[in-house]
Design a protein around this ligand. Structure first.
Ligand code: AMP
Ligand code: MG
Length: 265
């Protein structure tokens, strides 16, 4: 099965064609060791981005319930200093948020220059859960794909680099994870009736994601489909991706004014 992490722009994406178990033949120990190496490199790169303070990065994490968004954030935070990181979670919108356009709260959460933002869910909920649960009519969500592309272009032109990750797990794996949550007192709080209802609409969610991934896969903000049935492989893929993105940006410390040396008394 062909399994590109980044699907060429313009190609139709069907999640059913991607294997959530894919792991490049890695075993857990090797993957975890390599992830640690990426995290060490990330710490230094993030610090340079922070010092340079001219550009920003945002890691967008999408995926159905239990796909591993929280765990991915824990991994990134283990490598990057908190002052360089800006984590935002998007829940069902408040009354205030609903009284604005759907991108208002997202724009306000965009990281400032120098920071790596992480979005735990994002504006993609507005073309996925909103569509599946029929929270607004088709005439409202349908134009949103173009609106999202225009919004992401505006931000990209302003110096923001997107790393959009779809954490792809299989239906059987989700059942296992939901069952673990139901049985584990430390995880039960994460579960609500919505999660079980959403599982019953599995096929509708997959279809809504197929469309979001296809229609919002652009040169300025491409999607990555991260096989996520194995948590350690998911972490490896995201760590490597964020590291490569920062290496490409190659942030520099600002120029040093050497006259400062003579001014130290
Ligand atoms: P969790 O991420 O598990 O804490 O849950 C957050 C919940 O908020 C999920 O069920 C999301 O689908 C929901 N949510 C996030 N954004 C939106 C949105 N724009 N409209 C409706 N529901 C949303
Ligand atoms: Mg949930």
């Amino acid at each position: 099965m062909e399994q590109p992490l980044q699907v060429p722009v313009g190609r139709d994406i069907r999640l059913a064609d991607f294997d959530p178990d894919h792991h490049e033949g890695f075993d857990r120990d090797d993957a975890e060791a390599e992830t640690r190496r990426h995290c060490e490199a990330l710490d230094e790169l993030a610090y340079r981005l922070f010092a340079e303070a001219r550009r920003a990065v945002v890691v967008v994490l999408q995926g159905i319930d239990t796909s591993g968004k929280d765990g991915t954030i824990r991994m990134l935070a283990s490598g990057i200093s908190p002052q360089c990181l800006d984590v935002r979670s998007f829940k069902a919108p408040s009354a205030l948020e609903l009284s604005h356009d759907f991108l208002w709260r997202v724009h306000a959460a965009v990281p400032p220059h120098g920071r790596i933002g992480v979005f735990n869910r994002s504006h993609y909920e507005d073309v996925v859960v909103v569509r599946v649960r029929k929270l607004v009519p088709r005439g409202v969500w349908e134009p949103r794909y173009d609106q999202i592309n225009a919004f992401e272009k505006l931000l990209a032109d302003g110096g923001l680099t997107f790393v959009k990750c779809f954490l792809h797990i299989g239906k059987k794996e989700q059942r296992q994870r939901l069952e673990d949550r139901l049985r584990d007192p430390k995880k039960q709080w994460k579960l609500g009736p919505d999660d079980l209802e959403d599982r019953q609409r599995w096929d509708d969610f997959q279809k809504a994601y197929d469309d979001a991934l296809t229609r919002c896969n652009t040169e300025h903000a491409p999607w990555h489909i991260v096989p996520a049935n194995r948590k350690w492989y998911r972490n490896l893929v995201v760590a490597r991706l964020v590291r490569r993105t920062l290496e490409r940006l190659d942030p520099r410390f600002p120029p040093f004014d050497s006259s400062l040396i003579t001014r130290l008394d």
